[in-house]
Design a protein around this ligand. Structure first.
Ligand SMILES: Nc1ncnc2c1ncn2[C@@H]1O[C@H](COP(=O)(O)OP(=O)(O)OP(=O)(O)O)[C@@H](O)[C@H]1O
Ligand SMILES: [Mg+2]
Length: 249
């Protein structure tokens, strides 16, 4: 475990000019190779990007272009082969595994295509899980989780189990779980991929509202041009590199 003071010191020390906290996320020359020798897959071949604090951006690209690999590296879920990721100015891959886990738990929220909820637990318990990981006292956990469920419009379904909800409702639970720790960054990998287009559009509007209200930075991987058009900027990925950065009017 890292003590709170050590954590703050890490943040103080590692900030440098190029990565000032104007940017929530910076990737520099990021590469990722899976496997070795003749089996090596070059999933990322030198990705550079900067995402401003509070932005809502999309990552698009063909299947296999490296979108999930990139998202996992921006979210401290894996380590790159080379290159750097700065989260709020901190060079995260210079940190130990424990420190990295702490950044992941405190600063980052994840939303997945398949919702990834724990089926045996109630909706409320699912949303409380990250607070347990972060050591939030028991009394506060339930209150925070309930508030977050109200915010996504599911206050009255807290005691249901995930499979008793519709797909869109399950994704709203997953979004509540991602945001309950008040992360600086929310990373969503195809969050509308398992939803019909109307429900998908509602989920995007919910994320946009939370982006404004909670001031979290959102990075959304999507195949859907209609979803991407709702963001501020689209990073187009092809064969492991960003080939275009498109401002959305
Ligand atoms: N754990 C792994 N081991 C080996 N190869 C992997 C692994 N994960 C991904 N890859 C490979 O890396 C490349 C990029 O994969 P990635 O999952 O990042 O693509 P993607 O853009 O998210 O695709 P999709 O749109 O299908 O989700 C692909 O060629 C994939 O087969
Ligand atoms: Mg993927």
């Amino acid at each position: 475990m890292v003590c709170r003071n050590a954590y703050i010191n890490v943040i103080d020390i590692d900030i440098d000019d190029d990565t000032m906290p104007e940017y929530a996320v910076v990737a520099e020359n990021l590469t990722k190779v899976y496997g070795e020798g003749s089996l090596a897959v070059h999933a990322l071949r030198g990705v550079n990007l900067k995402i401003k604090r509070g932005d809502f951006v999309a990552v698009m690209g063909p299947s296999g272009s490296g979108k999930s690999t990139l998202l996992n590296l921006l979210g401290a879920l894996d380590r790159p082969t080379s290159g750097k990721v700065y989260i709020d100015g901190v060079d995260i891959y210079s940190l130990s595994d424990d420190e990295l886990a702490e950044i992941r738990a405190k600063k980052i929220g994840f939303v997945f295509q398949m919702f990834n909820l724990v089926p045996r637990m109630t909706v409320l318990k699912n949303v409380m899980l990250p607070l347990i990981v972060n050591g939030v006292p028991a009394g506060e956990r339930e209150k925070k989780a309930q508030e977050m469920l109200e915010l996504v419009g599911l206050g009255d379904k807290a005691h249901r189990r995930p499979l008793e909800l519709s797909g869109g409702e399950q994704q709203r639970v997953a979004i509540a779980r991602a945001l309950v720790t008040e992360p600086a960054i929310v990373l969503a990998d195809e969050p509308t991929g398992n939803l019909d287009s109307k429900t998908g559009a509602e989920i995007v509007q919910l994320m946009k509202r939370l982006n404004r209200e909670q001031e979290a930075t959102f990075v959304v991987v999507t195949h859907d041009p209609e979803v991407a058009q709702e963001t501020q900027k689209i990073f187009h990925l092809r064969d492991g590199v960003i080939v275009k950065e498109e401002e959305v009017p």
